[in-house]
Design a protein. Structure first.
Length: 313
């Protein structure tokens, strides 16, 4: 069986120099490239990370290694690359296969002028989701003098963007305290004062009273996992968040509600928002970065903007 790796070869051939920011170079998960649906390739501060999400045959893996070796031996890579590795995401141990150089597991990368700490190697997630790049940039542009609530904050990428955009207060909430600690470091990397940034390591559904005390808010960001065992199931629990929004928001507030499940369409959020928080009006869906092209426009990340501009307290 023949596998077509030419889309990757084309990406590599166009690299006259390596990027100066962290970027996704190739995104197969959008199903636009037959036989490459289980592959993504990221450039991370001198290192190339290839993530294979599902086990592939020997011939496929050799084809991938051949592509990567071509890059490794190119002039641009010889000058600027420090490591090329494959993460076998389908394995229980997320095994890492190093093809070139030495892996730096803790690395600081730049995106749109902001710095973020990533953890590479055997962790499933690095600490920054690159398809949300436009969402972070949008938050930065919307945050001046705003009170911001960041739900499912993870490593606080939205919070970093909000403070960089001039937010007067940011509240981050996530059950994973280790992720919040990484978020704190992300702020420190950007020389942000933390006097008005809170990090709440709590279960959202047991913390509404605490969130109300910090509020109301001008901007709320909701970016939950699709499924988190024992704590969150998207199609069941999203509604529980939406129905609480009216008591958390200032009139004229904005909500950025996100879904990254390819089986859940934008209309799900629009319908549920209308049902649970009818004062909110759908404004727009943010575009994803071009590299995250999906064969189904509803298959990729959905970031939807809502407003209660005409709501009255």
């Amino acid at each position: 069986m023949q596998f077509d790796f030419s889309p990757i070869q084309q990406v590599f051939s166009q690299l006259t120099e390596l990027p100066n920011e962290a970027v996704r170079l190739f995104h197969g998960r959008g199903r636009c490239y037959p036989s490459l649906e289980q592959l993504s390739i990221d450039f991370l501060s001198g290192q190339i990370m290839c993530t294979v999400f599902k086990e592939q045959g020997d011939a496929w893996m050799e084809g991938l290694r051949d592509c990567l070796n071509t890059l490794i031996h190119s002039d641009v890579a010889q000058k600027q690359l420090t490591c090329v590795f494959i993460q076998h995401r389908y394995r229980v141990d997320n095994a890492v296969e190093i093809l070139f150089g030495r892996l730096d597991e803790q690395v600081v990368v730049t995106e749109n002028g902001l710095k973020f700490e990533l953890s590479l190697g055997k962790k499933q997630n690095t600490g920054l989701f690159f398809d949300m790049r436009n969402g972070r940039d949008w938050v930065k542009k919307q945050s001046e003098n705003k009170k911001v609530l960041n739900l499912f904050a993870y490593t606080c990428g939205f919070s970093v963007a909000a403070v960089a955009g001039g937010a007067k207060q940011v509240v981050n909430l996530d059950m994973a305290k280790a992720a919040l600690n990484q978020g704190r470091r992300n702020h420190q990397l950007n020389d942000h004062a933390l006097d008005n940034v809170s990090f709440l390591g709590h279960d959202l559904f047991k913390s509404w009273g605490k969130l109300r005390k910090f509020g109301p808010y001008d901007l709320v960001i909701i970016d939950p996992p699709t499924f988190q065992k024992g704590s969150f199931a998207l199609t069941k629990d999203y509604q529980r968040i939406l129905r609480k929004l009216p008591e958390l928001l200032y009139p004229g507030a904005t909500v950025l509600a996100c879904v990254n499940d390819p089986t859940v369409q934008s209309q799900f959020l629009i319908d549920e928002m209308h049902r649970e928080a009818p004062s909110m009006t759908f404004i727009e869906r943010l575009e994803n970065p071009p590299v995250f092209e999906d064969i189904d426009p509803q298959g990729g990340l959905k970031c939807l903007v809502f407003s209660n501009e005409h709501a009255v307290l």
